[in-house]
Write a protein that binds this ligand. Sequence first.
Ligand SMILES: *Cc1c(COP(=O)(O)O)cnc(C)c1O
Length: 368
Amino acid sequence: MIPVLSLELMHQSIRAEVLSALEKVYDSNWFILGRELEQFEAEFAEYCDAKYAIGVGNGLDALYLILKAYGIGEGDEVIIPSNTFIATALAVSYVGAKPILVEPIEGTHNINSELIENNVTDRTKAIIAVHLYGQPADMDEINLIAKKHGLVVIEDAAQAQGAYYKQRKVGSLGNAAGFSFYPGKNIGALGDGGIVTTNDEHLANRIKELRNYGSSVKYTHTTKGTNTRLDEIQAAVLRVKLKYLNQWNEERNRIAQWYNSKLANQRIILPEVPEWASSVWHQYVVRVSDREQVQEELKNRGVQTLVHYPIPIHLQEAYKEYNYLKGSLKLTELLANEVLSLPMWPGLTEEQVEIVCQALNEVVSLNK
Ligand SMILES: *Cc1c(COP(=O)(O)O)cnc(C)c1O
């Protein structure tokens, strides 16, 4: 079986280095808000060409804390893509605001900036741009609309650590960005983790307080914060992994190019990448019309795949309060029915990609 994701080879290759980093933290007997986190924050900020980075407990909290720090809440609206992981919407809901769903561009699956302005009202406070599957959204267009209407721009960069938009690094393209270090992301912790990047000093300080009970001086609380911090163990591991991120992203890019050249059937729609985007290929996602059947037959041929994501946010039970009907976001629903994520992980060989492509080419030509 060729797995859709395997961390094994990546983790084997840095095993000694990671274990020694873990040992160092263990022996230091200091586990929360220490030196490893400070160093990692500095290194990650530099990696993203951002001034500040603030480590938090996970990617959802990164987005949630940015919204909270900007004072967005009850009665406010936040524009997000309809085609994203549910966490983007949950962050908005957690602060008490309403997520406004905007349909994607068919080729890139990212938010269609031409549809954003129609959805701006006098309650709109922010736009969250998601860099889905590792590919940056069209940030210049989004920033232009935001400027015109006085909106905050937040990047959900959970799937795009290291991606470029017009030679500029993701994480420094809006007012602030939220990243996830869930183990399966391009750079993952050994558990949950996340980080906020920003050039806004005031925002950075506010998030530092919010992640730590609303406190910057021990036992002095200026605001009702929460507890969501990136711990020393995770920071130490992420410091090791950050050194390899570019190399791993290059490997993902090589794999994507193999897919591009070996998949040859009009019934397979390949991902589109605009010339200004440099994707880090968190997922390699194709479209096929008879997806369930194709997925099943690939499994029978030893190829594991996944679907990101089978049920769009507006049709989730969790969001039934907004009474969206089936058919109300047509393109999002079409993509949800057709997308298929192929195996993508550093260490995947050209031979394995060849097997996946042969199987997929064959399956779609049989399913006429
Ligand atoms: C993974 C992910 C998140 C949430 O990150 P967690 O660390 O799992 O909380 C948010 N947005 C997107 C687009 C993601 O893929």
